[in-house]
Design a protein around this ligand. Structure first.
Ligand code: DCT
Ligand code: MG
Length: 398
């Protein structure tokens, strides 16, 4: 039986799309219908694991999403991110586009890319994007902490494509960008889970020494079970409302006195509930007391010893750390917002507005029909207010 042979080839060559296609073509030739996937429209209605069963497809769509982000084309970027998230949520490997019939979030462009990857093992558009000088330069430049898409675009149009060209360009860099350039290699090396745990110990010690009883929660990608990330995100609160005020400055002073603070920039809390309701948030940024920092992570002496063959190797590395302080009354919203993923949060806000006439932020949930704020002391309560089934952090990798 030809179908069995193709199954066999497929298992012999795990991950080789050629064999997958063989099976799909054989099925088509034999008139065997591939089972069709089903999925809900909003990412917050689905559980999305990391990395999922379709990494070849999701990695390809992620490149196109990133490229659109680097072009400042948010609409296009979100469309690719939605397709990527949808494919990541599927519970098995896609073997042919026919199985994707009727699925939401997959536009014509994404389907073309998927078809190309299934047919040829890669997408020509993705390959072209990855090798384009613009994409490469924008990745290098936005890889500098403190450099956003707008700045990188401006530099690129001036012919700056590399760090060396930037350094000799005569541009004056702000303090964040100077730190970003100085620790470029470290900050572009993914942070591992072990490193995040080591940073957690440092941060917890500092927080509890300046405010006993304060609670430190690891948020961001690591809370979602990711094994690496570009930074480490912490959410800090205290059971007595008000005690957390001004905490960021005390914590950074403590980290500085311990010699582990390489860079920091703090912003104070500017959030206020409005009697007319939350309305439409002006930006996705929340208004918590917050600190963007770069910390010095002292590395395992055994590992350092092994690395000493590299001349100039130092016994520590720089790590990006975000500290966010929330009053306990907003903590559930802050935790939900700071756990991410960015798309999952975006989809929850979209669901709230379009399906429930509510406004969700990292501070609060406002019901536009009842004209009042809905309180919550856990993430579960927020999902319930929104009429959504609870999705645990590990399922929020949309
Ligand atoms: N967040 C958000 N809006 C922003 C910035 C962040 O809603 N403007 C939320 C979503 C994710 C969370 O904060 C942490 O942000 P990142 O660290 O950028 O994302 P991450 O998922 O932790 O990714 P990584 O693993 O790369 O750090
Ligand atoms: Mg993060």
């Amino acid at each position: 039986n030809l179908l069995d042979i193709s199954w066999y080839t497929e298992s012999m060559r795990e991950g080789q799309p050629v064999a997958i296609l063989d099976r799909h073509r054989l099925q088509e030739q034999q008139g065997v219908e591939a089972p069709v996937f089903s999925a809900a429209s909003y990412a917050c209605q689905r559980s999305t694991p990391q990395p999922g069963h379709n990494t070849l497809l999701t990695d390809s769509l992620a490149v196109l999403a990133e490229s659109a982000e680097l072009n400042g084309d948010e609409g296009r970027a979100v469309a690719f991110r939605r397709s990527e998230a949808l494919l990541r949520s599927l519970d098995r490997r896609v073997q042919g586009v026919a199985e994707l019939r009727g699925l939401p979030c997959l536009g014509e462009h994404s389907r073309r890319v998927i078809q190309d990857v299934l047919d040829n093992g890669k997408s020509s558009e993705v390959e072209e994007t990855k090798s384009s000088s613009r994409y490469k330069a924008m990745k290098v430049l936005t890889g500098i902490f403190g450099v956003g898409v707008k700045t990188a675009k401006r530099w690129f149009t001036e012919g700056i494509c590399s760090l060396a060209q930037l350094e000799t360009s005569g541009h004056t860099l702000n303090p964040a960008q100077q730190a970003g350039l100085k620790y470029y290699a470290d900050l572009n090396q993914p942070v591992t889970r072990d490193e995040a745990d080591a940073i957690s110990v440092t941060v917890e010690e500092a927080v509890c020494s300046v405010l006993p009883g304060a609670q430190v929660t690891l948020a961001g990608g690591f809370r979602r079970g990711k094994t690496s990330g570009h930074d480490v995100d912490f959410l800090i609160t205290h059971p007595d409302e008000g005690k957390e005020e001004g905490l960021v400055h005390k914590v950074t002073a403590c980290l500085e006195s311990r010699g582990v603070l390489l860079y920091h920039q703090t912003t104070r809390n500017t959030y206020q509930e409005s009697p007319e309701g939350a309305g439409r948030p002006r930006s996705n940024m929340d208004r918590f007391e917050r600190c963007f920092s770069i910390l010095k992570l002292v590395q395992d002496p055994v590992q350092v010893e092994a690395d000493q063959t590299d001349s100039g190797c130092r016994p520590w590395r720089a790590v990006r750390v975000d500290l966010v302080v929330s009053p306990i009354s907003q903590f559930a919203f802050a935790l939900l917002g700071w756990t991410g993923s960015k798309l999952f949060e975006r989809e929850m806000r979209r669901w709230a507005v379009h399906e429930k006439s509510m406004s969700l932020s990292s501070h609060a949930l406002y019901d536009n029909n009842q004209k009042r704020y809905l309180t919550a002391s856990s993430e579960e309560e927020i999902f319930a207010h929104l009429g959504l089934e609870y999705v645990s952090p590990s399922g929020r990798n949309a």
